[in-house]
Design a protein around this ligand. Structure first.
Ligand code: GLC
Ligand code: MG
Length: 402
């Protein structure tokens, strides 16, 4: 968040499973399209927040399996744990706040009286979250009876049913919506509060997100029955909330367009990534370059000779690329090296994406761009951290003259 020096432009607050991540899409098409959109147009002045039911342990697992960007803020365990930045610094104030009228041991004692409840794995039991599995048909009665029991014991809790299978017991002050309101308050106090906020979800524990004042919301097309039910009862006539016709991350991009929050055409949807001739800023140039790089290695570029020629004329002769290892090479040399790699990933699953991109103008028309470049090749996840490309816009101004 250090790169913000005033109000964030847009804040996207998204659930992960079946909202940002489509587990039915092994190619991660929509997610990679979203990533390119975010890094090209939003990363430098906006905030990305992931809000998940997952504990830190299985959130970490998901990040190893799927091409997820690094969020600015991570809200985990159904709004009971908030962390900031890449190094995930915990918000201790939030933890203390949740202690009010909360006693885990009493929750465990009372829930043990319900044979219908099966404990989830140990990793999903957290200081302010106790989680179970519960059959759909039994949910309404169990929820009712359990709230009575816990109230009698003097606790003020929130019981949430999600995904037609999961039951979470949390302090009343917790939950994804309350956690978001807390974060927004903090950002506003520091003058970083977003001009627009878009919340995105698919299941029961996301319903609260849509109740936070002054936010736009999207239910992805594949939303679960319990969230659709909530929508019908509470939000159908609210123009601030839409039910997308697209699944997961594609639904999020659709909503960015519906609410006119900014660009919503992913650079990945621009077929001819080297010849648009339009300069949209250093971040867009870098994102497009790596889309081209991926397509090149997959052998998906027609007329490769012509492309190589264009590419070299686009990059300024003094432009260079500093690898995290410290090796400094001219961009022309880098292009020569990868020219040889044409089609070497053909017929393989090979994807490249750029993460945490930031840039600064170091002299007039000359930009220093920092980012993490990630790639998946087959099953292997490689991370080339903090590649530095410089002089990108100098290259881009040549582009304009052409
Ligand atoms: C995630 C969590 C689980 C929780 C569910 C619904 O799947 O891992 O503990 O019950 O979300 O909130
Ligand atoms: Mg979900």
């Amino acid at each position: 968040m250090d790169r913000l020096n005033g109000a964030a432009n847009l804040m996207i607050v998204s659930d992960l499973d079946f909202t940002m991540v489509d587990h039915d899409d092994p190619e991660n098409l929509a997610l990679l399209r979203f990533n390119a959109l975010w890094e090209a147009y939003y990363r430098h002045d906006s905030l990305l927040v992931f809000s998940t039911g997952r504990s830190p342990t299985i959130y970490g697992d998901l990040r190893k399996q799927k091409p997820l960007l690094t969020p600015d803020i991570t809200i985990m365990s159904v709004g009971t744990e908030i962390t900031y930045g890449e190094s995930m610094v915990p918000d201790d104030g939030w933890k203390q706040y949740l202690d009010h009228k909360w006693d885990r041991d009493v929750v465990l004692e009372e829930t043990a009286k319900f044979p219908e409840l099966t404990m989830q794995s140990e990793t999903e039991q957290r200081p302010h979250k106790v989680s179970f599995y519960l059959e759909k048909g039994k949910a309404p009665n169990v929820v009712k009876a359990l709230s009575k029991c816990l109230e009698k014991r003097g606790l003020d809790v929130k019981i949430i049913y999600s995904n037609g299978i999961a039951l979470d017991v949390l302090p009343q002050a917790a939950g994804k919506g309350r956690a978001l309101a807390f974060v927004l308050e903090k950002l506003n106090a520091g003058g970083l509060g977003p001009r627009n906020t878009l919340v995105c979800g698919d299941s029961g524990n996301d319903a609260e997100l849509f109740t936070v004042p002054a936010v736009n919301g999207v239910l992805v097309s594949n939303a679960q029955e319990e969230l659709l039910h909530w929508y019908t009862e509470n939000a159908r006539s609210n123009p601030q909330i839409v039910h997308a016709t697209e699944r997961c991350a594609a639904g999020i991009m659709q909503a960015i367009g519906d609410f006119s929050l900014g660009p919503n055409v992913s650079p990945r949807d621009i077929g001819d990534c080297m010849s648009s001739g339009k300069v949209l800023g250093p971040s867009h140039e870098v994102v497009m370059f790596y889309i081209f790089y991926e397509r090149w290695r997959c052998g998906e570029v027609e007329n490769p000779k012509q492309y190589m020629h264009n590419l070299k004329s686009v990059f300024h002769s003094t432009g260079n690329c500093v690898h995290p290892s410290g090796v400094d090479q001219s961009m022309h040399h880098v292009i020569d090296t990868f020219e040889k790699a044409f089609g070497d990933k053909k017929d393989q699953y090979y994807r490249v994406w750029v993460d945490s991109l930031s840039f600064a103008e170091v002299s007039l028309g000359s930009w220093l761009v920092k980012f993490d470049k990630w790639e998946i090749s087959g099953e292997i996840f490689l991370n080339f951290k903090s590649l530095v490309l410089s002089s990108i816009l100098q290259l881009a101004s040549l582009y304009l003259i052409h």
